[in-house]
Design a protein around this ligand. Structure first.
Ligand code: FES
Length: 278
């Protein structure tokens, strides 16, 4: 498929975005034309074979017909190396890859829920989902929230941004699932809601429980470590309720939350707790 082939993308802009995040704009017309929210690209962060593997990054927006935006936090050696790549350099890009979010219908109220640094795929979705959307974001404290520019850019396109921090330093005291629960409990008409979530497994499991409790469809973007990004290594396998595993890079990263086996025992048994992913 031409849109998924390995190609070179020129860095147009690469700047710190605040709170340890970086904003990378790549000239990648093929990726920009084909990308849908929830998909990702594999980026080779250096010109050498060190590190050996490319890294997966969720697409956080398509600013123009020829550019894609990646917003990432430095969480390891790969992302640390990436911060040194400056405007004018070329990066090897594979993608867009994976299955994205099903787009909400025109009468749907999309409920976007992010935790930790799991907001980039939701940012892209918010831009395409329309002004009825709500965005819920939670973190340990205000320093761990997405950069202010990103929060503003959510505010520009959704109906309301709901913020929670565990220490109460910004927004409500609690987690994103606490404020989601409060919102769902006071929303009388739930039949037009659809939840879209991205973040740590424990948060996604809690979001799924709320979705089941309130009979709301729920789609999650799974942040897994990925080696090949192409379905070949099985390193990103996710346990399914129906038995067996599915690959986040190929059949995901977006899944219907009810298809995933969220039991702690099974999730902890998956041998790839994330460090560097979206
Ligand atoms: Fe290799 Fe998914 S990363 S199969």
């Amino acid at each position: 498929m031409p849109s998924s082939r390995l190609h070179k993308a020129i860095i147009l802009s690469h700047i710190p975005a605040g709170r340890g995040f970086f904003r990378l704009i790549l000239k990648a017309p093929e990726s920009a034309a084909a990308a849908i929210p929830g998909q990702f690209v594999m980026l080779r962060v250096s010109d050498t074979m060190d590190p050996l593997l490319a890294r997966p990054f969720g697409i956080s927006s398509v600013p123009s017909r020829s550019t894609i935006e990646i917003v990432y936090r430095v969480v390891g050696r790969g992302t640390e190396l990436l911060t040194g790549r400056e405007a004018g350099h070329a990066l090897s890009v594979l993608g867009p890859l994976g299955k994205g979010f099903p787009m909400p219908g025109k009468d749907t109220t999309p409920v976007l829920v992010g935790g930790g640094s799991g907001f980039p795929p939701l940012h892209f979705l918010a831009q395409r989902a329309g002004p009825r959307a709500h965005f819920f974001i939670g973190s340990k404290n205000k320093e761990c929230l997405p950069p202010l520019g990103i929060i503003k850019s959510f505010r520009d396109v959704v109906s309301r941004v709901h913020i929670a921090t565990e220490d109460g330093s910004r927004g409500a005291r609690g987690t994103s699932t606490d404020i989601l629960n409060a919102f769902l409990s006071k929303t009388e008409k739930k039949s037009n809601l659809v939840i879209y979530a991205c973040g740590p497994h424990a948060m996604l499991a809690a979001v799924n429980r709320l979705a089941v409790e309130h009979s709301i469809p729920c789609y999650v973007s799974m942040e897994e470590r990925m080696a090949c990004g192409l379905g070949a290594c099985m390193g990103c396998s996710i346990p399914m309720t129906a038995g067996g595993y599915r690959r986040a890079c190929k059949e995901g990263p977006v899944f219907d939350a009810r298809e995933i086996d969220w039991s702690e025992r099974v999730m902890l048994a998956v041998p790839h707790k994330k460090k560097e992913m979206f």
